[in-house]
Ligand binder design. Structure first.
Ligand code: B3K
Ligand code: ZN
Length: 873
C-alpha cells in the first residue's frame, strides 16, 4: 500500500449536507468507451449541518461539469482522493456531470464492466462512483431515469431499473431505450445491462391483481436452463404474499444472468443481476444442491425488494439490517419449500463451519461492525448468517405472530426510508411490548457466546434444576463482554422417550414439552417441578441461538436423544456432540501415540440410523455425516491439520468397514429407476453410501462408481460418483475425470465442478494438478467462479493446503498476489484461508506467518491489505 488506507467509523456518521431529488442518466455505448451523462437535481438537506461545499464520490475520468447550465471553471471545483468537491453551491441547483469509462478493461467487476461482449453494472456497495460522481451513500434516495444508446447489432437488448417508457432509432445503426424507476432508491440499487441476450418470459398476478411481467435474460445458448429459476421466482412471489403479506410493486421483474460476477446475485430494483450459478439449472448440468441454491438465491433477491429496497440501510454499518433479515426470509422460504428439519441442520452446519471460525479469528466483528477499511470485506458470514440467526431469535422470543406484528410495524414506519438496526429492534419491541434493550448487545458484541449447562435431579423434591452459565471469548478490540439475552429452547425427555410437560417453580399450570428460557444473566438457575424420574435434557432445540453449548451427557444419553428426541435438530445435534467428543478423545490418543479404536457404542448408534428404513433419507444422510475438518480444527487448542485429517479418515474408514453391509444396503435401496426431482434425499443417501464404500479395498464400489458416473442421466449422480472416486488414485478415477472434462468442456458451470474436484482431492500430486489447472483452456483467474472453484477448494483441502513443507501456503499466497491485481474482492476472499494461522502448531504457524508477511510487504489493494494487516496485528 502506498499510503495507509483510511478507516471509516460508525460513530462518525452524519446526515448528508445535500440530497438528490432526481437523476437522469444517459449511457452512450461506443466500441471501447462508454460516455455517461448524469443530470442531478440537488437540494440542501435542512436536517444536516449547513455547508457551501458539495462533496461527491467518484473515480471515473471526468470530462465535463456544469452547474445550472454553466461550465465550471477550474477554481470552482477540485478532484482529489476519489472525491469531487464543488465550492460555493446554492441551496438548490442542477449539476451535470460527464464521465468516460472503459468497461472492457474493468476486471474488478464493480461499476460498469464487460463480460463475454455484453455490458453489466454492479454498484453495491460503492460501485456507482466508478460510473459517475455522486452522493454514493445509501441514505440519499433519488428518482432515476436511464437512457441507453448503443449499436443495434451488438447490443440489441438495453435494460435498466423500473418500467420501459420509450425506445427508438437514433440512426441507421444505433438505437435507444429509456427506463423510468418510479421508486426512490440509493445509487447502490442502480443497474444497467446491454448486450445480446434472450429471455424466458412469464407472468405473475399479485394478490391485489397486479399483472407482473417476468423475464429471465441469459445468453441465447443457456435459455433452456432458466425454467427452474422462473418457477422458483413465482413460488417466492406467492410465498412472500402468503407469509408476510408483501406484494411486488412494479409492472416488470427482470433477472439477468452473467458468467463473470463477484458474488451470488444483486437485488437492483426491478433488474436483478445474477451469477449464472444461481440461474442456470438443468437436470444433466446441475446437482440437487445447485437446484436448491437457485431457488434460495432467487428468493433472497426477490425478498430484498421489501427488505433492502423499499426499506434500506442508513449507512453500510447497518448492512445486516437488510442482509440478516433477508437471509432469514430466504431460510424460511426454503424451509417451507423442502424439509424444515433438513434445512435447519444444513444452515447450522454452514454456520459452524464458516461463521464460528470467523467469530474466533482476526477478522471477527459484530453483525453491525463499528469500523471498516473496505466495505466489500464486510459481506461476511457474520453479517449474513449470524445476522439471520439474530433475526430468528426475535421470532423465537416474540413468537411467529409477534414477529409478524413487528415486521408490519417496521414497514409502516419506515417504507421509503433508509434506517438502522436500532429502528428494526424498536419496531419489534414496540409491536410486542417485549423488552429488547439487552438484546441490542447482539449487534455490538462479536464472538460466539458459550453456554455451560449443568443439570441436577432431586428425586425427593421431584425437581430438575438447570444452571446456565454464559460467557463470550474476547475478540479483537473487545476484551470484556456483557451477558447476552439468549433464548434457550429446551425439553426434558422422560425414560419412555417422551417430552415431560415443563412447569417452572411458581407456575400454576403444566407447560408444553418445549420451552424457551430467557437467559439474561451470567449465571442463572431454572427449576422444573413435578418431574417424576431423572430426565435427559434436550438443549438448544432448533438451535434457538447462535452459541456453543456444553453439557456433560453420557454416551448413552446421547444415543438415547439420537433415537428419541422429538426435535429433529436436537436429534442430529446429539449425534454431532457424540462425534465431536469422540474426535477429541481420538486426537488425544493419536498425540500420545496410542492405537486408535472406535467405540462400539458409536458404531451401534450409526448402525441404528442406517437400519431405520422409515426415516427421511435426506435427514438420515445428515445424521450419518461427521463434523468436518474445519469444525474439528476449531475444537482443539493447538491444531495439527495432518493429525486432524488422519483421525477423521480413520473414523470414516472404520465406519465403512464395520457397517459395510448396511452401506451397501443403503446404496441398493435408494437406487431409482428414473430421475425425479423429489428423489433428491434418496440420491443424497445413495451417494453418501457409495462414497463410504469406495473407502474399502473392494473392487465392487469402484466399478459401481465408474458405471454410475458414465451412465448417469443427472449431475447429482454423476458428480456423486466422481466425489466417491476423488481420493482413489487409479484407473476408474482418471477415466471418469477425463470423460467428464471432455463432455463438459463447453459448460463453464460444470467445469467449475471439475476444477473443485481436482483441488479437493487427497491423492498425492494434487498441488501439481492445481498448478496445471491454472493453464487449462477452460480456466481463467479473471472469472470469479473459476478462482473460487479452484483456489477456494484447495484452501479447504486439509492435507494439501497445510502440507508440512509450506508448499500449499506458498502457492496460495502467489495466487492472492496475481488475483489482487485483477480483482481485489475475490483476492480478499481467498487470502482469508490464512485467518486461522494462530490456531496451528508452531511449524505451520511460522510458515503461514511468513507468507502473510510476504504479502504485507507487497503493493496490495485496500481489500487485501485490510485482511492481511488484521492477521498480523
Ligand atoms: N446485496 C448483494 C451483495 C453485494 C455484495 C457487494 N460486495 C447480494 C445480496 O446479498 O443479495
Ligand atoms: Zn442479500
Amino acid at each position: 500500500m502506498a499510503q495507509q488506507p483510511q478507516i471509516k467509523y460508525l460513530k462518525d456518521y452524519s446526515a448528508p449536507a445535500f440530497l438528490i431529488d432526481r437523476v437522469d442518466l444517459k449511457f452512450d455505448i461506443q466500441d471501447d468507451i462508454t460516455r455517461v451523462q448524469s443530470r442531478l437535481v440537488v437540494n440542501r438537506n435542512d436536517k444536516a449541518a449547513a455547508s457551501r461545499e458539495l462533496v461527491l464520490s467518484g473515480s471515473a475520468r471526468l470530462t465535463s461539469l456544469t452547474l445550472d447550465g454553466e461550465r465550471l471553471a477550474a477554481g470552482r471545483y477540485r478532484l482529489e482522493d476519489e472525491t469531487l468537491v464543488v465550492n460555493e453551491v446554492p441551496d438548490s441547483f442542477i449539476l451535470e456531470v460527464e464521465t468516460e469509462l472503459a468497461p472492457a478493461a474493468n476486471t474488478s467487476l464493480m461499476g460498469l464492466y464487460a463480460s463475454n461482449g455484453n455490458l453489466f453494472t454492479q454498484c453495491e456497495p460503492e460501485g456507482f462512483r466508478k460510473i459517475t460522481y455522486y452522493l454514493d451513500r445509501p441514505d440519499v434516495m433519488a428518482r432515476f431515469t436511464t437512457t441507453i444508446i448503443a449499436d443495434r447489432q451488438k447490443y440489441p437488448i438495453l435494460l435498466s431499473n423500473g418500467n420501459k417508457v420509450g425506445e427508438g432509432l437514433s440512426d441507421k445503426k444505433r438505437h435507444w431505450v429509456k427506463w423510468v424507476d418510479p421508486y426512490r432508491k440509493p445509487s447502490y440499487l442502480f443497474a444497467m445491462v446491454a448486450g445480446r441476450l434472450s429471455a424466458l418470459k412469464d407472468r405473475f398476478v399479485t394478490m391485489r391483481g397486479r399483472d407482473v411481467a417476468l423475464e429471465i435474460w441469459t445468453e441465447p445458448a443457456d435459455l433452456d436452463k432458466a425454467r427452474h429459476a422462473m418457477e422458483s421466482l413465482k413460488r417466492a412471489m406467492a410465498w412472500d404474499e402468503h407469509r408476510f403479506g408483501l406484494e411486488y410493486d412494479l409492472d416488470i421483474y427482470m433477472i439477468v444472468a452473467v458468467g463473470d460476477f463477484n458474488m451470488g446475485a444483486m437485488e437492483n430494483k426491478g433488474l436483478n443481476v445474477f451469477n449464472t450459478k444461481y440461474v442456470l439449472a438443468r437436470q444433466d448440468t446441475a446437482t440437487d444442491t445447485d437446484f436448491e441454491g437457485v431457488e434460495r438465491v432467487i428468493g433472497h433477491e426477490y425478498f430484498h425488494n421489501w427488505t433492502g429496497n423499499r426499506v434500506t440501510c442508513r449507512d453500510w454499518f447497518q448492512l445486516s439490517l437488510k442482509e440478516g433479515l433477508t437471509v432469514f426470509r430466504d431460510q424460511e422460504f426454503s424451509s417451507d419449500m423442502t424439509s424444515a428439519a433438513v434445512k435447519r441442520i444444513e444452515d447450522v452446519k454452514g454456520l459452524r463451519a464458516m461463521q464460528f471460525p470467523e467469530d474466533a479469528g482476526p477478522t471477527a466483528h459484530p453483525i453491525r461492525p463499528d469500523s471498516y477499511i473496505e466495505m466489500n470485506n464486510f459481506y461476511t458470514m457474520t453479517v449474513y448468517e449470524k445476522g439471520a440467526e439474530v433475526v430468528r431469535m426475535y421470532q423465537t422470543l416474540l413468537g411467529r405472530d409477534g414477529f409478524r406484528k413487528g415486521l408490519d410495524l417496521y414497514f409502516r414506519r419506515h417504507d421509503g426510508h433508509a434506517v438502522t438496526c436500532d429502528d428494526f429492534r424498536a419496531a419489534m419491541a414496540d409491536a410486542s411490548g417485549v423488552d429488547l434493550d439487552q438484546f441490542a448487545l447482539w449487534y455490538s458484541q462479536a464472538g460466539t457466546p458459550r453456554l455451560d449447562v449443568v443439570g441436577d435431579y432431586d428425586a425427593e423434591a421431584r425437581e430438575y434444576r438447570l444452571t446456565v452459565r454464559q460467557s463470550c471469548p474476547a475478540t479483537p478490540g473487545q476484551d470484556v463482554k456483557l451477558p447476552f439475552h439468549i433464548p434457550l429452547a429446551l425439553g426434558l425427555v422422560g425414560r419412555d422417550g417422551r417430552d415431560v410437560p415443563l412447569t417452572l417453580a411458581g407456575e400454576l399450570e403444566a407447560g408444553a414439552g418445549t420451552r424457551v428460557l430467557d437467559v439474561k444473566a451470567a449465571e442463572q438457575t431454572f427449576t422444573f417441578v413435578d418431574i417424576e424420574s431423572e430426565p435427559v435434557p434436550s438443549l438448544l432445540r432448533g438451535f434457538s441461538a447462535p452459541v456453543e453449548l456444553f453439557f456433560d451427557w453420557s454416551d448413552e444419553a446421547l444415543t438415547f436423544l439420537m433415537a428419541h428426541d422429538s426435535d429433529s435438530f436436537a436429534r442430529w445435534e446429539a449425534g454431532q456432540t457424540f462425534a465431536r467428543r469422540l474426535f477429541l478423545r481420538l486426537i488425544g490418543d493419536a498425540e500420545q501415540g496410542r492405537e486408535l479404536a472406535l467405540p462400539q457404542g458409536f458404531v451401534a448408534a450409526l448402525h441404528a440410523i442406517l437400519k431405520d428404513h422409515a426415516a427421511d433419507p435426506a435427514f438420515k444422510s445428515l445424521m450419518l455425516a461427521l463434523p468436518g475438518e474445519a469444525e474439528i480444527l476449531e475444537m482443539v487448542t493447538v491444531a495439527d491439520p495432518a493429525l486432524i485429517h488422519r483421525v477423521r479418515e480413520f473414523v470414516l474408514a472404520q465406519l465403512a468397514l464395520q457397517l459395510r453391509a448396511e452401506w451397501r444396503e443403503a446404496y441398493d435401496l435408494n437406487l431409482t429407476r428414473e430421475y425425479r426431482p423429489q428423489d433428491a434425499g434418496r440420491r443424497a443417501l445413495k451417494n453418501h453410501a457409495l462414497a463410504m464404500l469406495c473407502r474399502l479395498a473392494d473392487a465392487w464400489p469402484l466399478e459401481t462408481a465408474r458405471e454410475q458416473c458414465m451412465k448417469a442421466d443427472n449431475m447429482t449422480d454423476q458428480l456423486g460418483a466422481l466425489l466417491a472416486l476423488r481420493d482413489r488414485d487409479g484407473e476408474e478415477r482418471s477415466d471418469c475425470l477425463d470423460a467428464f472434462s471432455e463432455r463438459w468442456a463447453g459448460d463453464a458451470l460444470v467445469m467449475d465442478k471439475y476444477f473443485s474436484l481436482l483441488a479437493s482431492s487427497q491423492i498425492p500430486c494434487t498441488l501439481e494438478h492445481v498448478k496445471s489447472a491454472l493453464s487449462h483452456p477452460a480456466f481463467s483467474l479473471k472469472n470469479p467462479n473459476k478462482a473460487r472453484a479452484l483456489l477456494g477448494a484447495f484452501a479447504r483441502n486439509m492435507p494439501h493446503f497445510h502440507a508440512a513443507d509450506g508448499s500449499g501456503y506458498h502457492f496460495l499466497a502467489d495466487q492472492v498476489l496475481a488475483l489482487d491485481a485483477i480483482n481485489p474482492q475475490v483476492a480478499s476472499r481467498v487470502v482469508q484461508a490464512f485467518n486461522r494461522w494462530k490456531k496451528l502448531e508452531p511449524g505451520r504457524q511460522a510458515l503461514m506467518k511468513a507468507e502473510l508477511e510476504r504479502l504485507a510487504a507487497a503493493e496490495l489493494s485496500r481489500d487485501v491489505y485490510e485482511i492481511v494487516s488484521k492477521n498480523l496485528e
